[in-house]
Design a binder for this molecule. Structure first.
Ligand code: TTP
Ligand code: MG
Length: 354
């Protein structure tokens, strides 16, 4: 066995929309928008590739999507169908290895370094899996093959739909160097903006910064960015991994003290966290805030509410209440953070009818 692991990342193409097109031939080749009703401020879950050409994308309000693409066909989600397709693809993965870490209904990491079929080539396994997914579900998937999770994930997104991208260890740095920073897994729109402020447009730019600099700019994520710029990601494929919390934080270039500035942070952050939870299909009951004062003293405050939620307004309101239990009126602040825990998967909600 070589010294490198063999990791595959599989991600279904326009998943919900493809299931809808599969099950209703009248939708094939058409701009399909899967999402909630515009009347109830619903958002887009996903859109078919035909609809994406108009700029429609996940998490966008359905109202906006229908303005961009008036001929778009709005379909309400059929979670039972997505769940069934998901069970089918997971069964296929387990024919090759039990080291499967599902990230959502349509996405998983596989470690096939050692596999049940004794196949040496991870590329061949990826090809077989894609073919079997197509036969069993009549849907297409894209796959990335590499020696760690980060590169496999980015590779699966590289050529969509129906893509297969293989990045061997000796090509990793070249691949990362040319990768736009917004495509890095773990770099959302807010981080992308800040990266660009530091002159970081791609992987090559990111690698110019020291660990200390990246820690200073991005807090605890700094080390992650430092490593991935070098093609290093030791995270294991863990079949038992369950998310226990979700959070984000921001270190200010200069300490802040104005209440409006602090409230503005929580307003924006609640919106981003809400989107991120929508994407991950989770809700939570415990809202936490984190405040680091200029002297590095750090406090966290949390409150558990009655109902599971990912509503931005609710999280914002709770955060503002929690601020009363801090010294923001007396001390300058260098970092703010917002998080949710006591999480629930929409899938559980679905099956348990909570
Ligand atoms: P993704 O894999 O992110 O998107 P996708 O499969 O629709 O398209 P792509 O070809 O780019 O992979 O998400 C999988 C499914 O999860 C998606 O079909 C619908 C759902 N989802 C939401 O409900 N809300 C969201 O914000 C996102 C991103 C996904
Ligand atoms: Mg997908």
């Amino acid at each position: 066995m070589g010294k490198f692991r063999k990791i595959i990342h599989i991600d279904m193409d326009a998943f919900y929309a493809s299931v809808e097109q599969r099950d209703n031939p009248a939708l094939r080749g058409k701009p399909v928008i899967v999402g909630g009703s515009p009347e109830t401020r619903g958002v887009v879950s996903t859109a078919s590739y035909e609809a994406r050409k108009f700029g429609v994308h996940s998490a966008m309000p359905t109202v906006t999507a229908l303005k961009l693409c008036p001929q778009g066909i709005l379909v309400y989600p059929h979670f039972d169908r997505y769940k069934r397709a998901s069970e089918h693809i997971r069964a296929i993965f387990h024919d090759y290895t039990d080291l499967v870490e599902p990230m959502s209904l349509d996405e998983a990491y596989l470690d096939v370094t050692v596999n049940k079929k004794g196949i040496d080539s991870a590329t061949r396994i990826a090809r077989e899996i894609k073919a079997r997914i197509r036969t069993v579900t009549r849907l297409t998937a894209s796959a990335g093959v590499s020696y760690n999770k980060f590169i496999a994930k980015v590779a699966s997104d590289y050529r969509k739909p129906d893509g297969l991208t293989v990045i061997p260890p000796d090509q990793a740095i070249g691949f990362i160097d040319n990768l736009p920073i917004g495509k890095f897994y773990g770099v959302g729109p807010a981080t992308e903006k800040r990266m660009k402020e530091h002159g970081i447009a791609n992987g090559a730019d990111l690698r110019k910064f020291t660990l200390e600099e990246l820690r200073e700019y991005f807090g605890k994520s700094g080390e992650y960015y430092y490593n991935i710029a070098r093609g290093i990601d030791e995270r294991q494929v863990d079949p038992n991994w369950i998310r226990k919390s979700i959070s984000q934080e921001y270190t200010y270039p200069k300490d802040i003290y104005k209440r409006e500035q602090i409230e503005a942070y929580f307003r924006e952050s609640a919106g981003e966290l809400s989107q991120s939870m929508e994407k991950k299909k989770i809700t939570g009951k415990t809202i936490s805030i984190k405040v680091r004062y200029a002297n590095f003293e750090t406090v966290t405050r949390s409150h558990t509410i009655e109902e599971y939620t990912r509503d931005a307004e609710t999280m914002y309101r709770e955060a503002i209440m929690l601020l009363k239990k801090t010294d923001i009126d007396k001390k300058r602040v260098r970092l703010l953070g917002l998080g949710m825990s006591s999480l629930l998967d929409d899938e559980d909600k679905l099956t348990n009818n909570i």
